[in-house]
Ligand binder design. Structure first.
Ligand SMILES: [Zn+2]
Length: 263
């Protein structure tokens, strides 16, 4: 089994790096990217999990309702600015986003992933309070200069009442292989890591962003962030899915239910 997870948000990569840019907070990259992505998922008969911000759902509710017909919708906070944001009120931000998402799709939301995968113990307490069932804010990878989560499990595990379902990294060295890595390195790199995880009985949880399927051109961020976005990435991701056409794809809520049933 493999889980494809998509972070669907307003574009704020320049703001996150302290840059003022007219593109900050636009939803059009993800909106257009989603249309392309949905076709690829459909063609490959793959169900995915979309972690959507409240801000995006507020603006593009119609598309979120469309996505919800075939895929799982989970929560990705409201303002999408978590890293180093001292003004962030975590409880308010998450509860606001959850309410908007539930109103948009008229269904309960049980999953969460923090923007910039900003995991904390405080976060888990808040998720428990707001009745979430699982979290995917730990990326069990070693990303020099950003974080070192080599000590974190690759398989789902309980923290308090919350099931933590980490975003995957390679089995031994804990190299990341999602988004910029799948996009900018030869496809065989990610394919081999996923094959190795499957062999070791681990469900690869792969994470990407809606905006990566749109040809983003932006001078306010480093080239590697936007390189090979758009058609090139669409073709590459399609090839990636076809490499695993005999594998079963699951949503995060599917992983959560399996875990619960096996307790
Ligand atoms: Zn995000």
């Amino acid at each position: 089994m493999i889980a494809i997870t998509i972070d669907c948000e307003q574009w704020n990569a320049p703001a996150l790096r302290g840059k003022k840019d007219p593109s900050n907070d636009n939803t059009s990259y993800s909106l257009d990217g989603n249309e392309k992505l949905l076709k690829i998922l459909d063609n490959n008969k793959v169900m995915a999990t979309f972690f959507v911000t409240g801000f995006f759902a507020e603006k593009e509710g119609e598309q979120i309702r469309k996505i919800a017909k075939k895929h799982e919708i989970a929560c990705h906070g409201y303002n999408h600015f978590y890293r180093g944001n001292e003004n962030l009120n975590l409880l308010n931000d998450i509860s606001k986003a959850k309410k908007i998402l539930e109103k948009t799709i008229k269904r309960g939301i049980i999953g969460f992933r923090a923007p910039q995968v900003q995991f904390s113990k405080e976060l888990i307490k808040i998720l428990e309070k707001l009745n979430f069932k699982y979290d995917s804010s730990i990326h069990s990878a070693w990303l020099p200069g950003f974080y070192n989560h080599r000590d974190k499990p690759l398989k789902p595990f309980k923290i308090g009442k919350i099931l933590e379902i980490p975003a995957s990294a390679s089995s031994k060295l804990r190299l990341p292989f999602s988004w910029i890595f799948i996009r900018n390195l030869p496809l065989i790199y990610s394919v081999n890591i996923v094959k190795r995880l499957l062999k070791n009985g681990i469900i690869p949880v792969i994470y990407l962003h809606s905006w990566e399927f749109y040809p983003v051109k932006n001078k306010s961020v480093a080239g590697y962030i936007t390189r090979n976005t758009g058609d090139k990435f669409c073709r590459k991701f399609d090839k990636f899915l076809r490499a695993f056409k005999n594998e079963k794809f699951v949503t995060m809520v599917g992983i959560y239910r399996d875990f619960k049933d096996n307790q």
